[in-house]
Design a protein around this ligand. Structure first.
Ligand code: F6R
Length: 218
């Protein structure tokens, strides 16, 4: 594990973009594991700028996202599909059919999760997985629990996650209570993982992540 301490959010975003850009340049058909959330906004902006400057080509890249809210249609501005389209996919030359997120509008969440894991396998696994960190220590929506869950699964979000994410919704009651998330198996099998964390509020949980015991609670 390599820890890169940066000056500020801009510096973190640029350095993370450097790592993703290097992956895209070195392997033009890479499978990128992507994340949403406020942490990634400037990093995605930076990748778009590099694409517009002619420095990056995403035409052969495949992407799989970590998670999606259950019950949100892709046209809902709070859905993660909408976030990815707006902040990245619509602004680069990745073919939309090469971008995958768990589908939030499904009747059978377990079947969708199994299909999502099969899809990741069929792509040959993830080359570089981008992760943010939740205030409660989650990655993807793998919330603190008693055991690591290897497979993609449907999760009941923690009250603290619902509260943290309510900033994107009009009312806290509008935040979906369930989400579909990639499990720890596909994340840990990724050839490389890039975890980006910023802001004072995350200092205590980051300390636990880096220096505390390895546990499904963090
Ligand atoms: C988002 C995701 C989450 C976020 C985490 C941090 O796809 O998987 O784990 O990375 O909740 O969110 P922000 O960046 O909004 O603090």
């Amino acid at each position: 594990m390599k820890i890169i301490k940066t000056k500020n959010y801009q510096d973190m975003s640029r350095k993370a973009a450097n790592i993703i850009a290097a992956q895209v340049i070195q392997k033009e058909d890479s499978v990128l594991g992507l994340a949403t959330g406020s942490t990634m906004l400037e990093l995605y902006d930076d990748l778009v700028s590099r694409y517009r400057a002619g420095d990056l080509d995403f035409s052969k890249i495949r992407s799989v996202n970590l998670d999606e809210y259950l019950g949100l249609h892709p046209s809902n501005p709070q859905s993660y599909r909408y976030y990815m389209d707006q902040n990245l996919f619509n602004n680069i030359n990745i073919p939309v059919e090469n971008t995958y997120l768990p589908k939030g509008m499904v009747d059978d969440a377990d079947m969708e999760c199994a299909a999502f894991d099969a899809l990741i396998e069929s792509l040959g696994g993830i080359d570089l997985q981008l992760l943010g960190l939740g205030l409660d220590g989650h990655i993807g929506f793998n919330e603190p629990g008693d055991a690591f869950i290897k497979e993609s699964h449907c999760v009941l979000l923690n009250p603290s996650t619902i509260k943290a994410n309510s900033r994107f919704f009009e009312h806290e009651d509008d935040v979906p209570r369930h989400a579909l998330t990639m499990g720890m198996g596909a994340i840990m099998k990724a050839k490389a993982v890039l975890l980006c964390v910023n802001g004072k509020a995350k200092a205590p949980i980051l300390k636990q992540v880096l220096y505390g015991p390895i546990t499904p609670r963090v």
